[in-house]
Design a protein around this ligand. Structure first.
Ligand code: FMN
Length: 356
């Protein structure tokens, strides 16, 4: 339940205010050049405390690679990466130790387990997603060798939609905005929400480029259903759309992607047909709800059943979709690496290439 993937399989561990978080990645082939600088840079993109659009928790998120790499190359053994927590402020949570934060996982964790690490939300905190980004960085090292690229950015915040999509622009935007014009309005909206002690939701758009035809294992391990599972497993993600997110409003004639001898004439299907990649860019949108921890008084109950008023302290993201876009990329990379490995046994000719 803490693992994801079949062949490229990772398992995360650790809590928000525990000693460390980390990941063990199994199924990485031997002989992959391990780019530790890239691992650090990927974690840096998700890192908290970088600017006013993220939680002010200050973590360097410096990874320590404990195993699976020798002289800069992977050895085919499990790769374990640990990130020690440095800036926990657990006392910020002492006033809500027995109280359930509306919108967060406190209520359900308490009722399910009867015990919970209330400090920073414990395992339900998105601090765990740093471990996924580490796994995603390793998956991206594999994908880079095959020229497969994953890009993402924010396409909507607070109901304001981007008019242009520019993945290059998003790379240098402080909020990973896909549109420079919308970015101005989004920043205003985020600043306003923060001043009002409130939060915002948003939508991330993601593209996987240069994927071969044939990835995805129907019927229960389709490319689209596993991408959906990967995305919805990210904290605060409430849904995804594969391909054109207006498709449900179109007719069949408008929505179908016609085919010529040179390829598809449009990409409403988002690069997936029947759960299998069709060689076009795989495109999806990931819908994030607003950050649940806000600094406004709210009604709740405590673990004894008393009605209480919640007044939160602590540091929180004013919007989670921004850092969430880096996590979405990481999860997509892990799915694609797994699908590449699974597809290698699907034809006798592939098996013969290795063994004959
Ligand atoms: N929730 C908070 O209350 N405060 C945060 O600072 C916060 N930061 C997040 C950062 C990222 C990158 C992501 C993806 C999510 C974050 N969340 C934050 C969302 C919660 O972890 C999430 O809403 C909570 O675990 C309940 O799960 P659910 O919303 O999926 O039902």
């Amino acid at each position: 339940f803490n693992s994801f993937g079949e062949i490229f399989r990772f398992t995360t561990f650790g809590e928000s205010h525990g000693k460390a978080i980390g990941v063990i990645i199994d199924g990485v082939p031997a002989g992959l050049k391990f780019d530790e600088e890239f691992l650090v840079s990927e974690l840096d993109r998700r890192r908290p405390g970088k600017n006013r659009f993220a939680t002010q928790r200050k973590e360097s998120d410096t990874p320590e690679v404990l195993s699976g790499v020798f002289e800069g190359m992977t050895t085919g053994t499990p790769i374990s990466i640990v990130i020690f927590n440095k800036d926990q402020k657990s006392k910020d949570y002492s006033n809500i130790k027995d109280i359930f934060r509306p919108g967060h996982a406190d209520f359900t964790y308490w009722h399910k387990y009867g015990i919970r690490d209330y400090r920073g939300g414990g395992r339900s905190s998105a601090r765990e997603t740093a471990a996924r980004v580490a796994a995603g960085a390793v998956a991206k090292m594999i994908l880079r060798e095959l020229d497969i690229e994953i890009e993402a950015g924010v396409v909507e915040i607070g109901g304001i939609r981007a008019e242009n999509i520019d993945y290059e622009y998003a790379k240098n935007s402080p909020i990973f905005a896909l549109d420079s014009e919308a970015e101005k309005k989004w920043i205003e909206a985020i600043d306003k929400a923060r001043e009002e002690h409130n939060s915002l939701g948003g939508v991330v758009k993601l593209r996987i480029k240069n994927l071969p035809v044939g990835l995805g294992e129907p019927i229960y391990y389709k490319l689209d259903n596993i991408l959906a599972s990967a995305m919805v497993s990210i904290n605060a993600v409430k849904g995804i759309y594969i391909g054109n997110s207006e498709a449900h409003k179109l007719t069949g004639l408008e929505n179908n992607d016609e085919i010529s001898k040179d390829g598809f004439l449009s990409n409403n299907c988002g690069g997936v047909l029947g759960g299998i990649s069709n060689g076009e860019d795989v495109e999806l949108e990931v819908f994030f709800k607003p950050t649940p921890s806000i600094f406004k008084p709210q009604k709740s109950v405590d673990i004894y059943g008393n009605e209480v008023e919640v007044n939160l302290k602590g540091r929180h993201d004013p919007i989670v979709a921004v850092r969430g876009s880096v996590v979405a990329e990481a999860m997509a990379a892990c799915v694609v690496a797994d699908m590449l490995f699974l597809n290698m046994t699907r034809k006798m000719e592939y098996i013969k290439k290795i063994y004959q």
